[in-house]
Design a protein around this ligand. Sequence first.
Ligand code: NDP
Length: 333
Amino acid sequence: MRWGLIGASSIAENHMIGAMRAVGDEIAVVASTTEARAQGFARANGIPRATNDIATVVGDAGVDAVYISSTNEKHCVQAMAAIAGGKHVLCEKPLAMTLADAWAMVRAAEAAGVTFATNHHLRCAGSHQAIRDLIAAGRIGKVLSLRIFHAVHLPDALRGWRITDPGAGGGVIPDITVHDADVARFLLGEDPQHVVAQMCASGLGQGVEDSAMSVWAMPFGAMVMSHESFTHPFAGSGLEVHGTAGSIFASGVMTQQPVGTVVLVTAAGHEDVPFSDHNLYVQGLADFAAAVAGKGQPAASGHDGVASLAVALAVREAAATGQRQTVNYGDAA
Ligand code: NDP
């Protein structure tokens, strides 16, 4: 696969470029909104070409797929250009600022016959896959509840648009709640139906929320409790799934690294659950390549990206209005 990068971003530099090279892919070109930044990013990351014009990327016959990791408000227009150029697209979350835009991206990719995927990395983690397997195998019986702890301490390097700019898609809900929505959907195999929520700015957010707590009702009756923040230095992350026949306690698993622990507790006692420690982003890229080759589905599809955005939008609306929201999935149903 030969990639064009749209967005001279931290996630590209710190995770995705290495993962692309680890699966044997090449990076042909990077686009940034500024020429100098594109050139600097290309030099720093050994990318042969740089441009400030995305037409150069999407019109390049040598580029097979485009990875979009710009700020959130740019994803839609950039993805639509890439799809129009016949490129497969791996787009960062949240797919777009609105559900209508996210659906437009997915529908355009379907019409163009290109692969379109969302970079929800957590479902690629060995830990999450092991938890899903335990649930699917009935090891905890009927699922009653899922609790997600995803309150982190935002690194200094990421304290830009995320905490100051609603227009760029800042705020913890589009940043982290959207991932947690994908985790709940992945683990439980259903889409949240209704949400109640609270949000606040607890030290970092300027014009956007930096913390959120919400409760989601799942169609089969389980409840999900989800906590996201940018301001918690020592909280750690994790999730718990509780069922009629057992509970799963997963510690340190809401992360970009293949780390953490998973423990199953049943009447038989405590069981440490082994899981693969493969790189999450490498797994996502391998699944993407397989989908492009017609041999499977991306780890998280465009539909998954739409659904996680729909939940995040409902959480924000519920928190803003104080009213319980029914999640609007648009024409996903
Ligand atoms: P960054 O802030 O690092 O990059 C986003 C954009 O901001 C870049 O494309 C760049 O624009 C601009 N930018 C970045 N650094 C500078 C700088 N020093 N000076 C000027 N402009 C700069 O964001 P992230 O990498 O954290 O996030 C990018 C996207 O990836 C978001 O959509 C986010 O939600 C998603 N993300 C996903 C993760 C995952 O695990 N799936 C993890 C982290 C982020 P330009 O390209 O125009 O130069």
